[in-house]
Design a protein around this ligand. Sequence first.
Ligand SMILES: O=P(O)(O)OC[C@H]1O[C@H](OP(=O)(O)OP(=O)(O)O)[C@H](O)[C@@H]1O
Ligand SMILES: Nc1ncnc2[nH]cnc12
Length: 186
Amino acid sequence: MTAAARSRAEVEALLRGRIRDVPDHPEPGIVFKDITPLLADPEAFTALTDALAAFSIEHGATKVVGLEARGFILAAPVAVRAGLGFVPVRKAGKLPGATLAQAYELEYGSAEMEIHAEDLSGSDRVLVIDDVLATGGTAEAALRLIRRSGAQVAGLAVLMELGFLPGRARVLPALDGAPYQALLTV
Ligand SMILES: O=P(O)(O)OC[C@H]1O[C@H](OP(=O)(O)OP(=O)(O)O)[C@H](O)[C@@H]1O
Ligand SMILES: Nc1ncnc2[nH]cnc12
């Protein structure tokens, strides 16, 4: 069956069934949501790509930003499917050109991310894509970077939101009215 023929509930069930819980990774007390079974299943990966591409088109995105590393895996095929450019947000020290940098904290640590300032222009509308919204620190920092670049935020889309953490409450103010979609809440 094609993704277009599936209901939203069918897509959710397909995706939900291919996420594996790994207790105590990367540290004790964290239940790690492993998306590799979903990526290994072409039907599920295609359904995910199609759903995110539809969201990007619906909200008038001109560029798709993926967040290193798992966000790259999701965002790059979405950009191709939607006919949009892909821009990586990378962990500090990886991008060779002139960058904007933003420090942030996540569920299990802190880090700094960067973007090539020249990859976005003031006329761009940027959809940020990642696999997981946990505390929201990573996504909030990415949204800050995009605004600092001068581009507009078209929205934020994630495969899954961890409903027991306050990520949504953290990113909604940073979105400032731009749309947010979590395909699953776990
Ligand atoms: O909402 P937060 O608490 O900020 O957490 C969510 C982030 O954590 C994970 O990335 P991680 O930094 O582990 O990197 P990876 O994709 O390279 O594994 C995940 O892919 C999100 O980007
Ligand atoms: N519990 C979790 N599982 C997978 N990725 C994450 N990123 C932050 N928290 C996570």
